[in-house]
Design a protein around this ligand. Structure first.
Ligand code: MN3
Length: 251
């Protein structure tokens, strides 16, 4: 097994700090929510790259199994990165932009690339958030401002957990269930089909669960409720709380 050498702090830093670049965008473009911005640095001439996991592939055992993590990260997320670069092969300037920036402004992109950005780009962003908000020793409950906001919005952590579980299990086909901050700063539970990224319609996602079959089928098969319950045991609430704080600051 290949262990990653990048530190978790370094990876999370990449995911969390895009506000300066986003705010420097030209007039007419919507600023990218800071917490959704995956990477602040330029993408390089090759375009987008697959960031290493911030933990080992077996780090989420027994909740998310090693084989699923390897396939999911290397093959599914990796394919999305390749497809995104292929979709933008004639637009080198777009390959230098942040993916959350492209998605937030998708209606202003050339029509020829919108499908690729929506699907492959959405997948790239969604998966980066998914990896960054899980971790070994996870689970439990948030604290700080996020805990207060969840309590005031949903009544209790348990009520929030039940509602996110129900919403995720109601997804028909492939999609994602999300806790997100809307433009007014209100927490909402939302689902999206396929790889549609909520940043396309102004949501800044805080944490979410991949409900595609590839995310769970090797270990859980049809038992999607068991997968959702397991995912709650690997949520890195410290990382999620930082995303919430960044999203609030970007309002
Ligand atoms: Mn996936």
């Amino acid at each position: 097994m290949k262990r990653t050498t990048i530190s978790r702090r370094g990876f999370l830093g990449m995911l969390g700090s895009g506000s300066a670049a986003a705010l420097a965008l030209g007039a007419g473009l919507r600023p990218t929510p800071a917490a959704a911005a995956p990477m602040a640095q330029a993408n390089g001439s090759a375009g987008f790259t697959l960031p290493p996991l911030p933990y080992a592939y077996n780090a989420l055992e027994p909740f998310i199994d090693t084989a699923t993590m390897e396939l999911h990260h290397q093959r599914h997320h990796g394919a999305a990165v390749n497809n995104l670069n292929n979709a933008l092969k004639d637009y080198p300037e777009l390959r230098q932009r942040e993916i959350s920036d492209l998605l937030a402004n998708i209606s202003q992109l050339p029509e020829a690339v919108r499908g690729g950005v929506r699907n492959a780009g959405g997948s790239h962003l969604n998966h980066m958030i998914y990896w960054a908000t899980m971790g070994p020793g996870g689970g439990g409950q948030p604290n700080g401002a996020l805990a207060q906001a969840i309590g005031s919005t949903f009544g209790s952590f348990d009520a929030f957990k039940q509602q996110l579980t129900d919403l995720s299990l109601r997804i028909f086909g492939s999609g994602w269930g999300w806790l997100a901050l809307d433009r007014s700063g209100k927490l909402q539970l939302i689902s999206r089909p396929n790889q549609d990224a909520p940043v396309m319609d102004g949501f800044n996602v805080i944490v979410g669960i991949d409900m595609w079959e590839h995310a769970h089928y090797l270990k859980y098969q049809h038992r999607r409720a068991d997968y959702v319950a397991a995912w709650f045991n690997v949520i890195n609430w410290e990382s999620v709380g930082k995303r919430f704080d960044a999203a609030n600051q970007a309002l």
